[in-house]
Write a protein that binds this ligand. Structure first.
Ligand SMILES: Nc1nc2c(ncn2[C@@H]2O[C@H](COP(=O)(O)OP(=O)(O)O)[C@@H](O)[C@H]2O)c(=O)[nH]1
Ligand SMILES: [Mg+2]
Length: 267
């Protein structure tokens, strides 16, 4: 068996206030689980990058590095970038934790400790299952999510407890063939990943996590996205081969980034 090597990837976009709290989550209990931690600035227009560099100068840590995407790739595109990084650098798993401090990496530690991730293709953090803890989430929003989970469960014929939380873990083995390359570059990426888990028969498992909303601004345009997602699920339901379609608005060959060592002007 190859030695386990887990990459923790933290997508960050305009979350200057929250990103330092996320970095503060990475304490001595958390760090040993991860070989490397990559903060991915998706070309934020606020002081996110400055906040990360300042935090790192005050709390130096060899494992943590900051990179900047060569273009704004959206959240899906940032995931593609991190997946490729994990493939290229010999990681066995890649874990994503959103940079806006809604989730908590500690929720995954019991799961990692038990080695649950080694038995499945991916472990998806779930906000809407027994054991999940929601804070500051409206009943309406929770209800909407549960309805959508139900629709996706119907389409994929398996139990779905979240379509895309901000705390997930994937085995690199599953990602290696790049089946997700044409999936949306925006926030809908994870929804299509759920459909794909049905198409490719991935072994996915949901794991309850906590999720809070306090000072975060969600960029999800709720109604327009809700309709698009529904259309996508319906299209897949009618014809599973739609999974191979081009889902992106902009086609790209590659998703790349550069390491940020110290403050420099974004050109
Ligand atoms: N909206 C958005 N989020 C991004 C992007 N790139 C990285 N992210 C990060 O992805 C996470 C999810 O975005 P968010 O708008 O909070 O969506 P939600 O929490 O799922 O409703 C946040 O941690 C962002 O910092 C991007 O281009 N757009
Ligand atoms: Mg968020």
């Amino acid at each position: 068996m190859t030695k386990e090597k887990i990459l923790l990837f933290i997508p960050a976009y305009n979350c200057e206030k929250q990103i330092v709290r996320v970095l503060a989550q990475l304490d001595e209990e958390v760090l040993p689980y991860f070989e490397e931690i990559l903060v991915v600035n998706n070309r934020s227009t606020d002081q996110t990058e400055h906040a990360v560099l300042e935090y790192l100068s005050e709390h130096p840590c060899d494992k943590i590095s900051l990179v900047r995407n060569d273009e704004n790739y959206g959240l899906g595109g940032s995931q593609k970038m991190a997946f490729q990084y994990a493939i290229d650098h010999g990681f066995t798993h890649v874990c994503m934790l959103h940079g806006d401090d809604q989730g908590n990496i500690h929720d995954f530690l019991p799961m990692l400790k038990k080695g649950i991730h080694t038995k499945h293709d991916c472990v998806l953090g779930a906000r809407f299952m027994r054991g999940s803890r929601l804070q500051g989430y409206s009943t309406f929003r929770t209800f909407g999510n549960v309805v959508y989970n139900f629709i996706f469960a119907f389409v994929t014929k398996r139990r779905i407890f979240d379509l895309g939380s901000g705390l997930n873990l994937y085995s690199v083995r599953m990602l290696r063939d790049g089946f997700y390359k044409k999936f949306p570059d925006n926030l809908m990426f994870n929804y299509v990943m759920i459909l794909a888990s049905h198409y490719y028969d991935h072994d996915i498992i949901f794991y309850p996590v906590s999720w809070r909303e306090d000072d975060q601004v969600s960029n999800v345009k709720m109604t327009s996205q809700a309709i698009k997602v529904l259309k996508m699920a319906f299209a897949y339901f009618m014809d599973h081969e739609t999974i191979h379609q081009e889902y992106r608005d902009v086609e790209r060959e590659a998703y790349t980034c550069k390491k940020v060592e110290e403050e420099d002007e974004i050109v």
